[in-house]
Design a binder for this molecule. Structure first.
Ligand SMILES: [Fe+2]
Length: 481
């Protein structure tokens, strides 16, 4: 019997019951197991097709389900679940991308994606009758499945507990113009959830599923490209307790906003987003006592902190399928434009363009965040600091470009207008960086109102006269956006 290569999955209680969405934990199959994937997929295709034409209790259906069950059971007896993931037109078996099977089973992939399926896990403990019910459900037409509340609900109602389907937004082909602010929020929340799970897996020395990271990043890319300012408004969200997760998600959005003005090449943007989202994973294994220490660090603590780009790159290298450029970004994000920074640069190799982009985004988000050892600057102050740091720490061309995207008054800035009303900046206007589009939230006498958008560049009498601290006004900016 072939020994499964992955022992992480074995004994993991979270994988043994329930109909949750796909696990972030990697499944890495042996060569022998991967070679059997095509046979298993053919049997899955055949069983679904047969049930589609006959009732599930027809002898022909029973025979094809039994054949599929035998193929699955062989994996179960080897101690692994069977995980199939769909990424656009790509079919993955665990961590392994199967290029030939992606073509051979194109119809199966399309049928499953039409049902909203991004991944399927067949778990140990599955019975033949459960498999038969599960395949019948997966043979439902998309409209009926939607009316019935989706496959997960149908599985629950049919007591199918050992087949889990995951719906992954990025796996569906989404027309970019269809993306809404709600999609932007879902993408942001997905990234935060992913980072929590990455932290959890790293702390347990488990391998992270690269396809899931790519799915989250792809969703961020799609949303930033199509809905930049909805995403940039979200990139102002902060969490003191979960600083690293929010910081990493924000840096990913800011980096993608900057990177997507240079190129729309999806491979570059996915690598950029991945490196940005994971740029600080090396900090996830550092004690919070050190990360949040209010006073000066000891030499030993400082050495630990300075090692996080190297530790992070090593951790990311263990995630199967990540673009190598993402590892470079993680390694280089604290290097500086002038060649200083850490870790020390070998052979005067210039910092990679993607690393320089992330460095700008990292600096901006860090400055606007409250930490134990420093208070938060306003976004406006931070933009000024960035503008002054060009040519030394940061690439001056990129900082200028960043200013054009963010405006002099970045999204979420609270400003007083020349007629005394208060507004929250939504985004810069197309033709005047000093006159952004704002949501006006007070009357002239200070009375709070529900808020409406005003493009200051179209109002010759109106201008920004001051930047305000939302805490002084006792408002939560998020309530108005
Ligand atoms: Fe860092």
């Amino acid at each position: 019997m072939t020994e499964p290569q992955n022992t992480d999955v074995m004994g993991d209680e979270s994988m043994s019951s329930g109909t949750t969405t796909s696990s972030l934990q990697a499944v890495v199959y042996s060569v022998n197991q991967i070679q059997r994937a095509r046979d298993l997929l053919a049997k899955f295709y055949g069983a679904r097709k047969t049930i589609l034409f006959y009732a599930s209790d027809h002898p022909a259906s029973e025979a094809t389900v039994a054949g599929l069950f035998d193929a699955l059971d062989r994996f179960f007896r080897e101690g692994v679940d069977v995980e199939i993931a769909l990424y656009e037109s790509e079919l993955h078996f665990g961590q392994q991308f199967l290029p030939e099977e992606s073509v051979i089973f194109d119809q199966l992939i399309r049928d499953l994606m039409a049902l909203g399926v991004g991944s399927i896990v067949f778990r140990r403990g599955l019975t033949m009758s459960e498999l038969s019910r599960g395949i019948s459900i997966m043979a439902t037409d998309p409209l009926s499945a939607s009316v019935a509340g989706g496959l997960s609900r149908m599985f629950t109602e049919a007591d199918v507990t050992n087949i889990a389907v995951g719906t992954i937004k990025a796996l569906r082909s989404i027309e970019k113009s269809e993306l809404t602010p709600e999609d932007a929020r879902a993408s942001y929340d997905d990234a935060i959830g992913l980072l929590r799970e990455v932290d959890n897996l790293i702390s347990r020395n488990r391998t992270v599923n690269g396809a899931m990271v790519r799915g989250s990043v792809r969703s961020l890319v799609d949303n930033v490209v199509s809905n930049r300012y909805a995403m940039l408004e979200l990139a102002g969200l902060k969490s003191y307790d979960e600083y690293t997760y929010y910081h990493c998600a924000n840096v990913a959005i800011l980096s993608l906003a900057l990177g997507s003005t240079l190129t729309q090449d999806s491979r570059f943007l996915v690598a950029l987003g991945t490196g940005a989202l994971l740029h600080d994973i090396g900090k996830m294994s550092i004690s919070l006592d050190i990360l949040n220490k209010p006073g000066p660090l000891t030499a030993e603590e400082w050495t630990t902190i300075k090692n996080h780009p190297v530790a992070g790159a090593i951790q990311a290298a263990s995630i199967p399928g990540l673009d190598k450029a993402a590892l470079v970004i993680i390694h280089e994000h604290h290097q500086r434009y002038d060649g200083n920074g850490y870790p020390a640069v070998m052979n005067s190799r210039p910092q990679h363009l993607a690393s320089r982009i992330v460095a700008v985004a990292d600096a901006f988000d860090a400055m606007t965040s409250r930490r134990a050892y420093s208070s938060a600057r306003t976004a406006v102050e931070s933009m000024q600091v960035l503008a002054e740091s060009g040519n030394v720490a940061l690439d001056p061309t990129l900082t200028r470009l960043f200013t054009l995207i963010m405006g002099i008054y970045p999204p979420r800035s609270v400003v007083r207008l020349s007629d005394s009303r208060v507004g929250i900046v939504m985004h810069p206007s197309a033709n005047d960086l000093l006159k952004p589009v704002v949501k006006v939230i007070t009357e002239q006498d200070g009375t709070m109102i529900e808020g409406h958008a005003v493009d200051l560049s179209a109002e010759s009498q109106l201008a920004v006269t001051a930047v305000l601290d939302p805490q002084d006004l006792n408002i939560d900016v998020g309530d108005y956006l």
